[in-house]
Each structure stands twice: as C-alpha cells, then as structure tokens.
Write a protein of this length. Structure first.
Length: 181
C-alpha cells in the first residue's frame, strides 16, 4: 500500500516528511527533485515514520515522493507513490533601515530575498505584546502612515514563497523599533 505522506516546509529551509506506517513492508523509498535539478533518492527503514530533506535551495518548488517496498528474492516490489509539490521556505529578511520620515510616518526598508514571492510586515506598538500584520507587499520597503506622534513602534518582516495555494514562510527578521515623529 502507498504510504499517506505530508510534507511541511520548515523555516530553516528543510522539508519535513511524515507518513503513516505501512505494516509488513521492507522499507520506504523517498525521492525528490526541483524542476531544474536531477532526482535524488534515499531508502529508509520500515520502522521510520518521518525524515528531513536537507541541502535544498531556498524558495524553490520541489516534487517529493514516497513509496513503500517489499523485498522478495532479492527484488524490490514498490507501491504506487504518494507525491506532493511544495516550495522550500525563503531566507529571513534583513531590515536595512527603519526611520520616521515625517509626522506619524515610519519607513521600513529591507534587503531583497532570493526567490521570495512577497513579504509581510508586522508591527507592535509600545506597551502591547500583540503583533499586527500591516502590509503584504512585493516591494522591499513600506511606509506606515497615520501613526501616533511620539509613540514607539517595532517592526518585523517575513518573506514567503507561494506554490499553488500554499505559502512557505521564512523566519521573522530581527525587530526594529522606531519612535514616530
């Protein structure tokens, strides 16, 4: 029987593969490739239910497949493959500038992240522990307006790669705190 597989993009850039254990099999064959790369494969023991795929390019869509197999008379008989397409997460953005550019205005600029589809900007107001998403953008800067003069605001940016309806997120950037003019 084909194992039921779930592939998760980790913020570290790895892919986590988990599956239901199929009884009576000799092991599993895991294979993966990007559109531009050659297919790689590995054999896993029958006792395994999860593994990580490492050494991948960030923000790239990979096709991951898993089959169970039974070895008899020195030959492997394979099940149909459980296959999933998923993008690896993008790198963590780095905020290069965060300053108040006018009354109630703060501008945040960050470095372009390779293969990122877009970015999300989050803000926290001084005295609050709640992060609020204030912008989703393909740009590498954002000007936040209508802020309270003299109040401090902290910003974080996250990048992601879109693949179909799924988004694979980076880790959050280091926060930058700015006082609004």
């Amino acid at each position: 029987a084909a194992p039921q597989m779930i592939v998760t993009a980790m913020p570290s850039g790895r892919l986590k593969v988990t599956w239901n254990k199929v009884s009576g099999v000799s092991g599993y064959r895991l294979f993966y490739s990007s559109a531009s790369g050659t297919q790689k494969q590995t054999t896993l023991s029958s006792s395994k239910k999860s593994t990580y795929i490492t050494g991948l390019t960030r923000g790239v869509v990979y096709t991951v497949g898993l089959q169970s197999f039974i070895t008899a008379n020195g030959q492997n008989g394979y099940s149909t493959a459980s296959v999933q397409q998923i993008a690896t997460s993008t790198s963590k953005p780095k905020i290069t500038s965060a300053k108040s550019t006018g009354k109630g205005k703060i501008k945040i600029t960050w470095k372009k992240v390779s293969n990122a589809t877009a970015y999300m900007v989050y803000r926290k107001t001084a005295g609050s522990s709640k992060w609020v998403r204030v912008k989703t953008t393909k740009s590498t800067s954002f000007t936040n307006t209508g802020l309270k003069s003299g109040k401090k605001y902290t910003y974080k940016v996250i990048s992601y790669k879109q693949s179909g309806v799924k988004r694979s997120f980076s880790k959050y950037s280091t926060g930058k705190t700015v006082k609004a003019k």
